[in-house]
Design a protein around this ligand. Sequence first.
Ligand SMILES: Cc1cc2nc3c(=O)[nH]c(=O)nc-3n(C[C@H](O)[C@H](O)[C@H](O)COP(=O)(O)OP(=O)(O)OC[C@H]3O[C@@H](n4cnc5c(N)ncnc54)[C@H](O)[C@@H]3O)c2cc1C
Length: 246
Amino acid sequence: MVHHYLAVRRFGEPSLEGVEIAEYLLALDPPLDLAEERPIQVGVVLLTTGTDPKTGKTPYAVVQLRQENLRADSYNIVGFQCHIKYGEQKRILQMIPGLENAEFIRFGQMHRNTYICSPKLLRETLQMRQHPRVLFAGQISGIEGYTEAMATGMIAGMNAARLARGLEPSPPPRESATGSLTFYLANADVKNFQPANTTFALLPAIEPELRKLLKRKADRCHFQTERGLKAFKDWLARIGEHEWSL
Ligand SMILES: Cc1cc2nc3c(=O)[nH]c(=O)nc-3n(C[C@H](O)[C@H](O)[C@H](O)COP(=O)(O)OP(=O)(O)OC[C@H]3O[C@@H](n4cnc5c(N)ncnc54)[C@H](O)[C@@H]3O)c2cc1C
């Protein structure tokens, strides 16, 4: 949808006819926005005000090509998951300057994200409520992203090892980034549960009095980061997992 929109703006192609619009992108970027030419809100395309040194013209947007092999004869276009029909994808992508003669090895597809309803099933230790010797981590537990997958993997692994050693599993502290994720997994709304990335919004809010003193956003982020790191280190020491290095 996004690249079709780019093509529309760049080349004045008037019609969205024949394009299958993925529901996922519709939610982010409704057709109304496209029709009214509001700025694109989806993050995969860099809008730019710079000029192209070769032509002196300002492009509407820039897409990123990522090299895929050592021969440098295969590239993927970052972030172009979509449900657009393959023939349409080829036609539209070849409208991007420089890609007129590109050969397409494979086209964009939407991926399916499968996950359990963690707030119903999991504790903050990532153990199943009903079957505490079964633990979940990674995308299937309702998180999204590389670091989130690693963080929940470490917690589930650590707690599995504690179970095996006859120790009590322990949830990471709520103030830490990892703890805020596992807290979210175990306590989110069951009916509307959606996967989460790590964000500052998942962390506990700063107390109102303190917030008044931390006027700049950067100061508030710094405070939350330091508070989280300290809580995490203290927790590791408290439960005797000293060997982790941060
Ligand atoms: C196109 C795309 C782009 C992304 N970009 C980013 C990004 O830029 N930054 C970011 O942080 N995250 C990104 N993500 C999300 C990130 O990739 C995932 O959140 C993360 O990889 C999940 O890790 P995981 O180990 O939980 O699951 P996966 O990486 O999905 O690993 C699960 C593994 O289990 C295997 N498996 C499945 N079923 C079975 C079975 N029955 N038996 C044995 N093995 C099985 C699978 O083959 C797979 O290897 C992206 C995801 C996609 C699809």
